[in-house]
Design a binder for this molecule. Structure first.
Ligand code: PRX
Length: 656
């Protein structure tokens, strides 16, 4: 059996949820009377007009009509108002730090209180309005991790405009494609930024993108070139230091020689337009189902899908899940290392935490600059209590050994989080033992760009943890595992992960292509939301997401998770990280192709390759037995999860 970790009685005593049975009782309540539970939770926020219908209404079956989801129909609100004005007036958080900003270079930092964030956001709302942006208009955002990025998102929300953030690492082509798909009327960007030692001339890329938009849309009616607002981040500060309340974030390492291409009439400096704008802006009240933002995620056809998230349900889902899954306290300092260009940054760096009045850390740099201890140094500097990152970051830091971590105390840490992929047991244990000093629960959160917020996640002090499992569903979320025929499998099972009913934060459509939304998520299993992931449920009811279904191998009629093979390879002491893909094979149908990164000090050799093959062979040996109906698996102790062969075998017996 896999290891199980439980919080100490002391740690539990002050948590929101203290035992598995408390979680289970609340979960039952969330299904039996969603109206009652969510209605209670919604009281945390300001509703300009109350909801007039049931808490949620949905149709997830295309055969019964248009797929649709609504939450709190009839209610009106403003998300930005809730995050800022409401927290300041109702919860007296005006002087509380909303954002600690830590720049790429050591010593480069800034902080904004909730009141300062509101002032700058109102100015930016007026800037947008002055540029003709109205409720429902789309604004493209292509920025480094600086406070102006958060200010831009909140300003859009304040006036009911729909932001579409494009990750600042994306190319001019990707940016152009997204600007055109959503017909954005304005682009907000920056002159440039450093990632470690590397300088990125962001405005040059943005200009290339705008050129591409112009070329492609030449002659087509209705397209007008977006205006462009540019934060001066790397250029020399206008007016020099000491300008009071300078509403932009200059970098410590300016680049006086940076060439910033400029087009008069189209381009505007952030500091100039902000300086002229008023510091007060009334919120525009939005319908609960008005769009809040679009965020693109890759699609199997190659064309990215612009997932549309809306107001009320998204606000509730991100806020409540952030509060409970991180066991948030008023004094916490919360750090999510994800870039705001991804959904994790949207939901759990901006919307959820600020809705909860949390103090958040925004980091511009990378974990290895100037040295590989940067994360741990930052944790001590700000006394971070809640830390949320991805397994890939953990693995890349693990390869440098324990010494860079142990240089710092990390004593402030209370809860650790993981997101984005299954966390392999080696990385989990290192994260738990070395980073968290064995004291901090790890919340493994399973969700997607499409889901808006967590779907599977533990309650840190209530749920016994199993390394690599995202444990149980969040409140109001109903998972199921289906076989290829769409039949629900009960008890221990492995198959397709679907969700049986709508939840507040789910994306409502793909921008401009509702049909594609229906086809991608609801066609394969009508009536269910299909995640595209494979999943196993163990005998204790824990969910183990095994990875994208398109990354699964089908050997002898059984799904085999590449994540499992990766975990087996990762268990070898020479391996830091392994990636496995399937590859067509003339005899077996499919075979495995494995890529591995080695620990410092190890080199590739024939012996090592033979050892790694052996790990794979162990699995193939077992799989051959399963396929031929032989239950004598021999030694399974070297597997990441020795229960897998019996589960697969039981499944075989059921299906053949
Ligand atoms: O395969 C799952 C994996 O990431 C996919 C979603 O990717 P994206 O939309 O980019 O959002 C990532 C951040 C939420 C899922 O379909 N995934 C995400 N979290 C986990 C995970 N797989 C296993 N365990 C997780 N905790």
């Amino acid at each position: 059996m896999s290891d199980v970790y439980e919080a100490s009685a002391d740690a539990r005593s002050s948590a929101f949820l203290r035992s598995l049975s408390e979680y289970q009782a609340l979960y039952e309540r969330s299904l039996q009377d969603p109206q009652e539970l969510w209605g209670e939770l919604a009281k945390q926020f300001h509703w300009q007009t109350p909801s007039t219908g049931p808490f949620m209404q949905s149709n997830l079956n295309p055969a019964l009509g248009r797929v649709s989801v609504t939450c709190m129909a009839g209610a009106t609100t403003n998300v930005c108002y809730n995050l800022l004005d409401h927290n300041i007036s109702e919860n007296r958080l005006g002087d509380k730090v909303a954002i600690y900003w830590e720049g790429n270079c050591l010593g480069d930092s800034r902080k904004l209180t909730y009141q300062q964030l509101l002032n700058d956001t109102c100015r930016m709302s007026n800037v947008l309005t002055n540029q003709g942006v109205k409720k429902g208009d789309r604004v493209a955002v292509y920025m480094p991790m600086i406070p102006e990025l958060v200010i831009t998102l909140l300003a859009c929300s304040r006036i009911g405009a729909v932001h579409s953030v494009v990750f600042a690492g994306f190319s001019a082509d990707s940016l152009a494609e997204r600007i055109m798909d959503a017909q954005c009327c304005l682009l907000v960007t920056a002159d440039g930024f450093f990632r470690g030692e590397k300088m990125i001339n962001l405005k040059q890329i943005a200009d290339d993108a705008l050129d591409r938009c112009r070329e492609r849309e030449k002659g087509s009616k209705g397209f007008s070139e977006p205006k462009c607002i540019v934060v001066r981040h790397l250029g020399v500060a206008p007016g020099g230091p000491g300008v009071p309340n300078r509403p932009y974030t200059p970098a410590k390492r300016p680049c006086p020689n940076l060439q910033t291409p400029w087009q008069d009439g189209r381009d505007l400096w952030w500091h100039e337009v902000m300086h002229k704008a008023h510091e007060e802006a009334p919120p525009v009240w939005c319908d609960s189902e008005d769009p809040l933002f679009i965020l693109y995620t890759s699609g199997s056809t190659g064309k990215p899908k612009g997932m549309v998230h809306t107001q009320a349900g998204y606000l509730l889902h991100t806020a409540v899940s952030h509060r409970l899954v991180f066991d948030l306290r008023p004094s916490d300092v919360y750090w999510c290392t994800a870039d705001i260009g991804w959904i994790t940054g949207h939901s759990y760096l901006v919307y959820g935490p600020l809705a909860n009045g949390a103090t958040c850390l925004l980091f511009e740099g990378i974990p290895t600059y100037p040295e590989v201890d940067r994360f741990w140094q930052i944790i001590d500097k700000y006394q971070v209590t809640l830390f949320y990152t991805a397994p890939t970051a953990i693995r890349s830091l693990m390869k440098h050994g324990n010494e860079p971590v142990l240089r710092h105390s990390r004593h402030s840490l209370r809860v650790l989080g993981s997101v984005g992929e299954p966390i392999n047991p080696e990385a989990w244990h290192w994260y738990h033992r070395v980073i968290g000093g064995g004291r901090c629960p790890i919340v493994d959160t399973y969700w997607q760009t499409e889901t808006g917020g967590f779907l599977l996640a533990p309650m840190p002090f209530a749920t016994p943890l199993k390394p690599g499992s995202a444990t149980f569903p969040f409140f109001g979320v109903v998972p199921a595992i289906l076989n290829e025929h769409g039949e629900e499998m009960k008890g221990e099972a492995e198959g397709y992960l679907v969700f049986k009913q709508a939840w507040p934060g789910m994306a409502r459509t793909i921008y401009g292509d509702h049909r594609r939304y229906e086809e991608t998520y609801f066609q394969k299993f009508p009536g269910f939301y299909f995640t595209g992931d494979g999943c196993r449920r163990d005998s204790d009811g824990y969910y183990w997401v095994t990875g994208r279904v398109d990354d699964l191998l089908n050997m002898s009629g059984h799904l085999l998770s590449t994540a499992e093979v990766e975990a087996a390879l990762g268990a070898h002491p020479a391996v830091v990280e392994a990636a496995t893909v399937s590859c067509p094979h003339s005899l077996k149908g499919q075979t495995l192709y494995c890529f591995v990164t080695l620990q410092a000090g190890h080199t590739f050799s024939r012996t090592l390759v033979a050892e790694l093959r052996q790990k794979g062979k162990i699995m193939r040996r077992i799989l051959r037995k399963i396929a031929s109906g032989d239950p004598d698996f021999g030694d399974v102790t070297t597997l990441a999860d020795p229960c897998v062969p019996s589960a697969l075998f039981a499944d075989r017996c059921r299906t053949t």
